[in-house]
Design a protein around this ligand. Structure first.
Ligand code: PGA
Length: 245
């Protein structure tokens, strides 16, 4: 694991955007694994800036998103579909045919999830996967006690995740209780993983991931077994690990 403790969120976002951009420059038909949530918003902003400056093209890129809520309409303001188009896809030259986001409203989710993993494999696998991390150290929606080899599937969200995500909804009751999420097994097959975190609320999760044992109670801890993980945190999220690295 390489770990960067950046001075603030902006610096962390810029660094993540630069690394992702370098993947695309070296391999224009890169397969990207993309994440939603507050954390990658700044990185997407810098990628759009690079595109607008003519420094980067997404024309040949294919993308696979990590997760999506179950039974939330695709065009809901809180769907990850809406998030991705508003923060990135509407502003770059990616071919919409190459965008893959789990569909939380499919009739047959088991088949959909199997096909999602198959499609990733058929494209040659994810070159670079962006991850955030939950306060409970989940990655994607793989909550504590998830099985490490799981593939994409329907998952129940932990109480703490529902509470954390309720900040985007009017009431706690409106937060979906299930999602389709890439499994940890799917994530671990990515060639390069960039995990980002910012703010004090993530410091404990980052510490448990980096310093603790590999433990299903800390889903992100499995990343220690991956050959190429880049952790990018701001000073607050990295506060409890700076003495260990
Ligand atoms: P956040 O979510 O980026 O909104 O903090 C990350 C996550 O829960 O994985």
């Amino acid at each position: 694991m390489e770990i960067f403790i950046c001075k603030d969120y902006d610096h962390a976002s810029k660094l993540a955007a630069n690394i992702l951009a370098s993947h695309i420059l070296l391999k224009p038909d890169s397969i990207l694994g993309l994440a939603t949530g507050s954390t990658p918003v700044g990185m997407y902003k810098y990628l759009v800036e690079k595109f607008n400056a003519g420094e980067l093209s997404f024309k040949e890129v294919k993308s696979f998103n990590l997760d999506e809520y179950v039974k939330l309409p695709k065009d809901d303001v809180n769907s990850y579909y809406t998030f991705m188009y508003e923060n990135l896809f509407n502003h770059i030259d990616i071919d919409k045919e190459n965008v893959n986001i789990p569909d939380g409203n499919v009739v047959d989710p088991i088949k959909f999830c199997d096909d999602y993993d198959k499609k990733i494999d058929e494209c040659g696998g994810i070159d670079v996967q962006i991850l955030g991390i939950g306060q409970n150290a989940h990655i994607g929606f793989n909550e504590p006690d998830s099985v490490f080899y799981e593939k994409t599937r329907v998952v129940d969200l932990a109480e703490s995740t529902i509470k954390a995500n309720s900040r985007f909804f009017n009431t706690l009751e409106e937060v979906p209780t299930q999602a389709i999420s890439m499994g940890i097994g799917t994530i671990m097959k990515s060639k390069h993983i960039i995990l980002m975190a910012n703010g004090e609320s993530k410091a404990e999760a980052i510490k448990n991931m980096i310093v603790g044992d590999i433990d299903p109670k800390v889903p992100a801890s499995i990343l220690k077994l991956h050959p190429r993980v880049t952790v990018i945190v701001d000073e607050e999220a990295g506060a409890l690990v700076k003495d260990y690295i």
